[in-house]
Ligand binder design. Structure first.
Ligand code: NAD
Length: 416
């Protein structure tokens, strides 16, 4: 993972800043600072060598005022409670920015999935699900993929839950393959949404997509699809990286070939049609758009003054620390903050949930055009606030989101 800043400190400081800006009711502010519920579970599983290992799993509901808890599940050695709380809080704001009827949640298991076999991952996933069987549910808490989890893992969650309740319930989890009730377009959705938001920003700035050069950190579900889609739309993708390193070609990279290379070799590093570069070099590369799409804390006060891209679109959650944010702003950079830039994933998860509940499935075009409508509207709403209140895009996102969630909380009132 990146720097050492605790993502929860970052999430709280962002919340505190917006609370001050909008004069948020202190009672609501205090409620937002704490998650509604945190679950910590022990997950004992038998490894392939016959030994038993006990992993720790987490699930956090930050705020469910606007609907059931929604958020991804991460498998990563660094997963811890504070990180999961921060990610759950960002989900609350993200769902509110795009105005979909979910609350914010997140989950994770501290493990190294790269060192585990498929069978071990399946046992881990099923036991994690069964430990949280009364927490998950289509009306209560709907997980999705995040770092190092994928549609296969979502299928095992769906199956474990369905076996336990005695009938098939596709809408307990999103990011499933279409064969088991997933939606078309979900795999690409986060990257696609990021590119929709970039188009909106470029239009406001009077810039053309085909004049843009793009660097993408993290070549996974978000980074690969964002790179591939923006390249199809006319931009040049000149550098990408993953946890093992990066590759650079000023003439442009063929994203599809690069994906194939990564599938076969395990990394983009070493791709023959480009030069090797490190993750640090990628972030500081001469390009017009930088898409951090890996982990938190990648752009910090240590490197913010060396970032050359004019636009930073946060595909990842929390890639920029508040100090770095300030430096980038002073340097006139344009930020597309995570809670809008990567909201395409949860928006299409929402579509998947609706389709699963109705058992009625849409065409890919319908999914993508509905996604575009929601992303475009969210961008316009945020842009309007940023212009009206003369605040950053990040602050504008937070104003919109925090106001929407507080309105819901105040309308529902305090129980009892
Ligand atoms: P993924 O597991 O599919 O891909 C992660 C990629 O990042 C991999 O290529 C990995 O090698 C790379 N990576 C890991 N550590 C790195 C490092 N230190 N430096 C450079 N690269 C590194 O995960 P993903 O789903 O694409 O998630 C990426 C980010 O996007 C996360 O912050 C996640 O929370 C966020 N996000 C994901 C979704 C989604 O729909 N999957 C939605 C919204 C936000």
């Amino acid at each position: 993972m990146g720097g050492s800043e605790n993502p929860l400190d970052i999430a709280l400081s962002q919340l505190d800043m917006v609370a001050k800006q909008i004069n948020l009711d202190p009672a609501i502010h205090n409620r937002f600072r704490k998650p509604f519920k945190c679950f910590i579970v022990s997950i004992p599983i038998r490894l392939d060598d016959g030994s038993v290992e006990v992993f720790t799993g987490y699930r956090v509901h930050h705020n469910t005022s606007r609907g059931p808890a929604k958020g991804g599940i991460r498998y990563h050695p660094d997963v811890n409670l504070d990180e999961v709380i921060a990610l759950a809080m960002w989900m609350t704001w993200k769902c509110a920015v795009v105005d979909i009827p979910f609350g914010g949640a997140k989950g994770g298991v501290a493990c190294n999935p790269k060192a585990m076999s498929r069978a071990e991952l399946q046992r881990l996933t099923r036991r994690y699900t069964s430990e949280l069987i009364n927490v998950f549910g289509p009306q209560t808490d709907i997980p999705a993929p995040d770092v190092y989890t994928n549609p296969q893992i979502m299928s095992w969650i769906m199956d474990t839950y369905s076996v336990s309740i005695g009938y098939v319930e596709p809408s307990v989890v999103t990011g499933k393959p279409p064969a088991v009730g997933g939606t078309l377009g979900r795999q690409e959705a986060t990257g696609r949404g990021c590119v929709f938001a970039l188009h909106s920003l470029l239009k406001k700035l009077g810039k053309n997509i085909d004049e843009q050069t793009v660097a993408v950190q993290g070549f996974g579900k978000v980074g690969y699809n964002a790179a591939d889609i923006i390249r199809n739309d006319g931009a040049e993708v000149i550098a990408v990286s993953d946890s093992k390193g990066g590759v650079y070609n000023p003439k442009g990279l063929d994203t599809k070939k690069l994906w194939q290379f990564k599938e076969e070799s395990g990394s983009v590093h070493g791709y023959p049609d480009g030069d090797d570069l490190s993750n640090e070099e990628l972030l500081e590369l001469e390009c017009s758009i930088l898409i951090p799409a890996a982990m938190e804390n990648q752009i910090t006060e240590k490197n913010a003054d060396r970032i050359k891209a004019e636009i930073i679109a946060e595909g990842a959650n929390g890639p920029t620390t508040p100090d770095a944010d300030r430096i980038l702003l002073e340097r006139g950079k344009h930020m597309l903050p995570d809670i809008i830039a990567n909201a395409g994933g949860v928006t299409t998860s929402y579509f998947e949930w609706v389709q699963g509940l109705e058992r009625y499935f849409w065409s890919e075009d319908e999914v993508n055009s509905k996604l575009k409508r929601i992303m475009d509207l969210a961008f316009e709403n945020v842009w309007e606030i940023a212009t009206r209140d003369k605040v950053t895009m990040r602050m504008a996102c937070y104003i919109l989101a925090v106001n929407r969630v507080s309105e819901a909380m105040l309308l529902r009132g305090l129980y009892p």
